[in-house]
Design a protein around this ligand. Structure first.
Ligand SMILES: NC(=O)c1ccc[n+]([C@@H]2O[C@H](COP(=O)([O-])OP(=O)(O)OC[C@H]3O[C@@H](n4cnc5c(N)ncnc54)[C@H](O)[C@@H]3O)[C@@H](O)[C@H]2O)c1
Length: 342
């Protein structure tokens, strides 16, 4: 009898009650796949080890890192790392390509929910939502005239990164009659024009936007893309929103401009260090909204992500190319050629 196709799932995809965060439905596809055996990996794993790569054909990961060391062992069995979400900066993709391991992600599930949180932040900042919540609870009702919001009509929203999330946000923002700008060196001007947005250099987006939304991927090029000099270009009445990855923004520089009130405020779903320590001085600022890299999390998002991530694993089990391969160069690797059907 042929050996079962073995799948490991990282336990940070379980909630505090021990229930799958995506619900049970998407996991049923693993239960029902013939010739497949799956299990939860032990809790608390921060990094996939060579032992895991020798024991499993596929690993469905959330937070643990996957470094070159994971695939350096002599008994490599791993065929695919399927990542829960779109970002894959926790995976050493070059090392996976060299070892003949596919890296897959779930980009189709993400744009709508993450664009929705960017818009949630825009609306909450514009309407002073948190300040007014505090006024109401603290018996400071009479102070409300001191907390006027800003209307969106004719104001400017600029996205830094117009990929899946950035474009979806531009689509959603049109109903508010905002002027739309986008800084993304790799996206076509005409494609942006179709969405009602003008392509502009980063400096222009920083200088002209009332809301700057960071929505690019994190890589060597974008690390600290929003540094002190980029922040210095912002208008004093402008807001910075980061829904992408913390290290795209120089957090220390952001703290300085916020503390000095050189910009109006910020909203951050992501931080340079996660979990962000309670001592992070940004957390003490009242004109900043913070959320623990999870504002986008909904039943719909997790169901769709898990469906795609598990679908990729089942494709590999069948010997087929999954839909979203981050490192397509790996498809010609001899290890992949051995299982990939033509
Ligand atoms: N907050 C969350 O829960 C959450 C959820 C999903 C994704 N994310 C993050 O959002 C990022 C973007 O997601 P996506 O689905 O839009 O990815 P995507 O790959 O579709 O888009 C990324 C965009 O960044 C652009 N880019 C690259 N270099 C740039 C630069 N120097 N300046 C400006 N833009 C640049 C690319 O051209 C691309 O259009 C992900 O990589 C991930 O890190 C966060």
């Amino acid at each position: 009898m042929s050996q079962a196709f073995k799948v490991g799932v990282t336990s940070d995809l379980l909630d505090a009650r021990g229930e799958p965060v995506c619900g049970r439905e998407p996991l049923r596809a693993l239960d029902e796949a013939p010739g497949l055996a799956w299990e939860w990996l032990p809790t608390g794993i921060r990094e996939i080890a060579a032992g895991h790569a020798a024991a499993f054909d596929a690993i469905y990961i959330n937070s643990p890192r996957v470094t070159a060391a994971a695939v350096a062992g002599p008994d490599l069995r791993l065929k695919i790392i399927s990542r829960h979400g779109v970002g894959y900066d926790s995976v050493d993709v070059a090392a996976m390509s060299a070892a003949g391991v596919l890296v897959c992600n779930t980009p189709a599930a993400v744009p709508r929910p993450v664009a929705t949180i960017a818009l949630t932040f825009v609306l909450a900042l514009a309407h002073r939502l948190l300040a007014k919540d505090r006024l109401t609870r603290e018996g400071r009702w009479h102070e409300r005239t001191g907390h006027m919001g800003i209307g969106l009509t004719g104001r400017t929203l600029g996205v830094v990164g117009a990929g899946g999330i950035g474009k979806e946000l531009l689509r959603m923002a049109r109903v508010f009659d905002l002027k739309l700008l986008a800084a993304d060196p790799y996206v076509d001007e005409l494609e942006l024009a179709d969405l009602g947005a003008r392509k502009a250099p980063l400096e222009v987006v920083m200088a002209q936007s009332d809301f700057v939304v960071v929505a690019c991927l994190l890589n060597d090029e974008t690390r600290h893309l929003i540094d002190a000099s980029a922040l210095a270009r912002m208008k004093p009445e402008a807001y910075l929103i980061n829904v992408a990855r913390g290290p795209v923004v120089d957090e220390a520089a952001l703290y300085e401009v916020l503390k000095a009130r050189r910009i109006a405020g910020a909203a951050l779903d992501v931080f340079e260090e996660e979990p962000t320590p309670a001592t992070n001085p940004i957390l003490a600022l009242e004109h900043v909204i913070v959320t623990p890299h999870s504002l986008a999390w909904t039943d719909e998002l997790f169901r769709n992500i898990a469906g795609t991530a598990i679908g990729a694993i089942l494709s590999v089990q069948r010997g087929e190319r999954p839909r979203f391969v981050v490192n397509p160069d790996v498809l010609s690797h001899p290890r992949v050629q051995r299982w990939l059907k033509r």
